[in-house]
Design a protein. Structure first.
Length: 316
């Protein structure tokens, strides 16, 4: 019997609720093919027991895991990779070439997150990051193909959310494992209109033009679904891609006039809350104010990321 935090999605793909922050907020994925396995994203150190329990529940030995593939090195996606690897003797980590150094020596990654979250939150939510033997880490490049027991997994470089971000195409299910490139879609916002989706500008490498291009590249394969980290599988890809593009434009328009605001962070947060309020109301969410409140963490982080982008972006 599968634990309640493991959801079979078909095609040998399982979504694992990592338990980070709240239920159905942060997913890792287990892909199984011919009794071999791969993980895509891991959650944090505190998620590792769930990942191992998921393996046990589907009868896959730990030494049958070939790949651990963080979509990028942000800690809600890759914070548990080092600890997980200590339990998987045969696995190799596949990470974007810009992220390799952070898997081998996570001190700079930890310090960067520490500056955003503070020491208390780092210990509560993430724990100590574990380094990985360099011989067990392999850099990916655009167009790279690896196989899981004969099942090809294609790697695409997808900047825009982070420059160390790649997405993984699974031809077997015609789906992309998108990390944060294809935005966030929490299930509590599903309505008769379908899923709602929104881009994430979490610091520190949000770049609107590369993100638009990455979204278009994913959609060009005509996928049947997207496997999001936040949260789980979505379909109706064309509609959601259009919504992402509209919102990226709206976020840029929201942020640019606030570049020189004397209390910019507060103004960005207020602007984002109003933006989400309008979005959720338009989508038919029943309790809009509760929905806005549930986006409090995203609001805070997205405001920080937009501020970094404003400081970095050239002004004509």
């Amino acid at each position: 019997m599968l634990p309640e935090f493991v959801e079979p999605l078909g095609g040998g793909v399982f979504a694992i609720d990592t338990g980070f922050t709240r239920p159905r907020f942060d997913a890792a994925y287990l892909i199984i093919q011919n009794n071999r396995a791969a993980f895509v994203d891991t959650g944090t150190n505190f998620s590792v027991p769930r990942l191992l329990a998921a393996l046990d529940s589907v009868g896959i030995a730990r030494d049958a895991v070939d790949w651990v593939i963080p979509t990028h090195v942000h800690l809600d996606h890759a914070g548990g990779v080092g600890l997980l690897m200590r339990h998987l003797d045969n696995a190799c980590v596949l990470v974007h070439e810009r992220g390799v150094r952070h898997m081998v020596d996570p001190r700079a990654l930890y310090d960067g997150a520490l500056a955003v979250y503070g020491a208390q939150e780092m210990q509560r939510s993430y724990g100590e990051l574990q380094p990985i033997n360099p011989g067990r880490v392999r850099a990916t490049h655009d167009g790279m193909v690896v196989e899981l027991a004969g099942r090809p997994l294609n790697i695409a470089d997808t900047p825009g959310h982070a420059r160390h971000h790649h997405c993984i195409w699974d031809e077997h299910t015609r789906g992309w494992f998108t990390g944060d490139t294809f935005g966030l879609s929490y299930r509590e916002y599903d309505t008769a209109h379908g899923a709602w989706i929104t881009p994430t500008t979490t610091p520190v490498q949000f770049e609107p033009d590369p993100l638009r291009a990455s979204i278009d590249r994913l959609v060009a394969r005509n996928p049947e679904c997207m496997y999001l980290t936040h949260y789980s599988r979505v379909r109706d890809v064309q509609r959601l891609a259009k919504l992402l593009h509209e919102q990226i434009d709206a976020l840029v328009s929201l942020a640019e006039p606030l570049s020189g605001h004397p209390d910019r962070h507060r103004a960005l947060c207020e602007g984002l809350r109003q933006f989400y309020r309008e979005q959720l109301s338009r989508h038919g969410v029943a309790d809009v104010e509760a929905g806005v409140q549930a986006l409090a963490l995203d609001t805070e982080l997205n405001a920080q990321g937009l501020a970094v982008w404003l400081d970095r972006a050239p002004r004509g």
